[in-house]
Design a protein around this ligand. Structure first.
Ligand code: CP
Length: 341
C-alpha cells in the first residue's frame, strides 16, 4: 500500500506488511506522545476534524496526534453546527473543507458516508467511524495493543484467541478488528452475542475463508476459559430504532472481577474500545476490574495516539523526518505517572 496521500477508509485496504509499517512508525512516536521530545514536522499543516456523530476519544485523539506532530486542528462537531443541516451535500462539504485542510478525519452515522465524502475531497480522508460499518483506526490501535500485551506474555498475534462480546451486529470496531485479524495465522475468534446481534455473516465468511477459526456462542462465561483476550463491547443504543429495543439486550453480558476470577485464565487481557456503558442496567465492564493489571482499556487509548500519529506521518509522507524536526521538552512532564483508576 502506498500511504502517501491515501484515504484510510477500510481495513480491506491493508495487507499485513502495511500493518507492520504503521506499527513500526507508531513505535517511533512514543517519545513524542510521552512528551520526552517535541516535533514540529507538520508545522503549517491543518487537520479538518469533522465529527458528525458523538465522540470523545477518537476526535480528541486525532486532534492531539496532529498537534503532537506540530500541526493545527480545526473541528466541527455535530450536524447542528454544520451546513449539512441546511441541506448541503457531503460532496460539497468535502470540496469546501478540503480547500482548508491538508488531511480530514471524519465520523458520520451512515455506513459508507466517509467513503462518499472522500470521492469529492482533494486531500486524504481518514475514517473515524461510519455508522455500523467500520472504524479502521480503532482496529489498528486495538491490534497494536493486543500485540504489545501478548508480547509481554511471550506470545504473538499468530496463534492467539480472542472473545468478542456484546453488540457484534452494530459494533463497527469488531467489524474492523475481525477483518484485521484475518491477516494473521491460526487466530481463533469466539463471537459471543445475542443471536439478533451477531456479527454480520459476510464478515464471518470472509474471516473463515482467510483461515480464522470462528466459534459462535450465545453464552459468555463458559466461552472465556481458553481465550487470550476478552474484547467487550457496548450495546450500540444509537443504532436501534428505539431505546426500548436496545434495553432488551443491555446488561446481558457483564464482565466483573468475580466472573473473571472464576472463568478466565489468570493473565487474560481485558479490552474494550470504550466508551463502556457504566450505567447500572448495562455495566458490561465493571469498574471493579479497574485494579486488575490485565485491564488494557486505558493502554488502548494511549496507544491510539501513537497509531494515529503514525497514520498522519505516513499519509503526509513525513515518517522519516519526525526526528529531524524535533527538540527537547523544557516544561514539567507529568506523563510518566500511571493512570489512576
Ligand atoms: N472508541 C471510540 O470510538 O470512542 P469515541 O466514540 O469516544 O470516539
Amino acid at each position: 500500500m502506498n500511504f502517501t496521500g491515501a484515504h484510510i477508509l477500510s481495513i480491506n485496504q491493508f495487507q499485513r506488511e502495511d500493518v507492520d509499517r504503521v506499527f513500526a512508525v507508531a513505535d517511533q512516536m512514543e517519545p513524542y506522545a510521552l512528551r520526552k521530545r517535541v516535533t514540529r514536522v507538520l508545522e503549517g499543516a491543518i487537520l479538518g476534524n469533522m465529527f458528525f456523530e458523538a465522540s470523545t476519544r477518537t476526535r480528541v485523539s486525532f486532534g492531539s496526534a496532529f498537534n503532537l506532530l506540530g500541526g493545527e486542528v480545526r473541528e466541527t462537531a455535530g450536524f447542528e453546527n454544520s451546513a449539512l443541516v441546511k441541506g448541503e451535500s457531503l460532496q460539497d462539504t468535502a470540496r469546501v473543507l478540503s480547500g482548508f485542510s491538508d488531511v480530514i478525519c471524519m465520523r458520520h452515522p451512515e455506513a459508507g458516508s466517509v467513503a462518499d465524502f472522500a470521492t469529492a475531497s482533494r486531500v486524504p480522508v481518514i475514517n473515524g467511524g461510519d455508522g455500523a460499518n467500520e472504524h479502521p483506526t480503532q482496529a489498528l490501535l486495538d491490534l497494536y495493543t493486543i500485540r504489545k500485551e501478548l508480547a509481554d506474555k511471550g506470545r504473538s498475534v499468530d496463534g492467539m484467541s480472542i472473545a468478542m462480546i456484546g453488540d457484534l451486529r452494530h459494533g463497527r470496531t469488531v467489524h474492523s478488528l475481525g477483518k484485521l485479524l484475518s491477516l494473521y495465522d491460526e487466530v481463533h475468534v469466539v463471537l459471543i452475542s445475542p443471536a439478533e446481534l451477531a456479527l454480520p455473516e459476510s464478515i464471518i465468511e470472509s474471516m473463515r475463508s482467510a483461515g480464522v477459526e470462528v466459534t459462535v456462542s450465545h453464552e459468555m462465561t463458559q466461552s472465556l476459559a481458553d481465550v487470550d483476550i476478552v474484547y467487550s463491547t457496548r450495546i450500540q443504543e444509537e443504532r436501534f430504532s428505539t431505546k426500548q429495543e436496545a434495553d432488551l439486550y443491555r446488561g446481558k453480558f457483564r464482565l466483573n472481577q468475580a466472573i473473571y476470577t472464576e472463568y478466565c485464565q489468570p493473565n487474560t487481557v481485558i479490552m474494550h474500545p470504550l466508551p463502556r456503558d457504566s450505567r447500572a442496567d448495562a455495566n458490561e465492564l465493571d469498574i471493579d476490574l479497574d485494579d486488575n493489571p490485565n485491564l488494557a482499556i486505558f493502554r488502548q487509548t494511549d496507544n491510539g495516539l501513537l497509531v494515529r500519529m503514525a497514520l498522519f506521518a505516513l499519509v503526509l509522507d513525513v515518517a522519516d523526518k519526525v526526528d529531524e524536526f524535533s527538540h527537547e521538552v523544557h516544561w514539567y512532564n507529568s506523563r510518566q505517572r500511571p493512570i489512576k483508576s
